[in-house]
Design a protein around this ligand. Sequence first.
Ligand SMILES: NC(=O)c1ccc[n+]([C@@H]2O[C@H](COP(=O)([O-])OP(=O)(O)OC[C@H]3O[C@@H](n4cnc5c(N)ncnc54)[C@H](OP(=O)(O)O)[C@@H]3O)[C@@H](O)[C@H]2O)c1
Length: 271
Amino acid sequence: MEEKNKDQFAVITGASQGLGKAFANELAKRKFNVVLVSLPGQNLSQLSDWISREFKVQSFYYETDFSVDSNIRALANWLNENFNVSILINNAGIGGTKQFEEAHIDYIDTIIQVNIKATALLTHQLLPNLKRQPQSFVLNVSSIAAFSPVGYKTVYPASKAFVHSFSRGLYAELKNTNVFVSVVNPGAIATNKEITSRIERQGVIGKLTLLQPAKVANYCITRLLRRDTVIMVNPLTWLLAALLPIWIKLPMMTQIIKREISYEKSICDRS
Ligand SMILES: NC(=O)c1ccc[n+]([C@@H]2O[C@H](COP(=O)([O-])OP(=O)(O)OC[C@H]3O[C@@H](n4cnc5c(N)ncnc54)[C@H](OP(=O)(O)O)[C@@H]3O)[C@@H](O)[C@H]2O)c1
């Protein structure tokens, strides 16, 4: 790209699949130009082409791996050099279920790098750009897991608690500027087969609370543009998380997750 594009863009991380892809579609449907960011090898160029044809908006893409520190800075530089960013959606995020002691050091490092560092550093590096726009928005994707520590998940809920706290603090700091910061704390979303079957195994409550990515994206963007500072997508899960005291939810959630590990182990042992 030779000259900076004069139009405004929405940047979405983790845009090749799941909730990120749903955010990209939702924003393009509302006629926002988009920049899609994902890991390499995720067919992002095809998605980008499809979005620009389908919704008649400008769509660009950038492939990178957030587990490498310098990649986050390189992405921020590329965005600042080429685009006016009026919406930033920090959606990329990973988790998993593992006994902490047995987890590989790279597994822990990558969760921290993608969920915490990429969110904070990208927002920091894009803030001057966001401030130059007449009105701009940051939406950080946390999780309902931010409200309860869970054994066998450990680092993921802690990383999402960071995302939640970081977003609330930044909202307060930027309250009187043109940058509005919001955070969403979804419960389970049917973004892939693994999540869907895991939640369905949790029984009626799991099935009742499972959400579809397109609906979540639609709701989040509506609430973001209406300047909702904390977006709650599933009221039932939110109510449970808010009402249950920590001495009930910590052992309860840990037991549920422990059962999942035992179930997966028994499947592996049988196959
Ligand atoms: N699904 C749920 O039940 C649920 C519930 C609560 C919160 N969330 C949060 O919602 C967000 C999206 O979740 P999802 O279920 O749609 O995601 P997903 O299908 O599990 O995929 C993980 C996301 O993180 C990105 N990502 C993973 N490793 C990366 C790396 N090294 N560098 C850059 N990007 C990387 C992926 O991007 P690409 O594949 O596009 O490269 C993808 O968007 C996450 O922050 C997640 O924590 C999900």
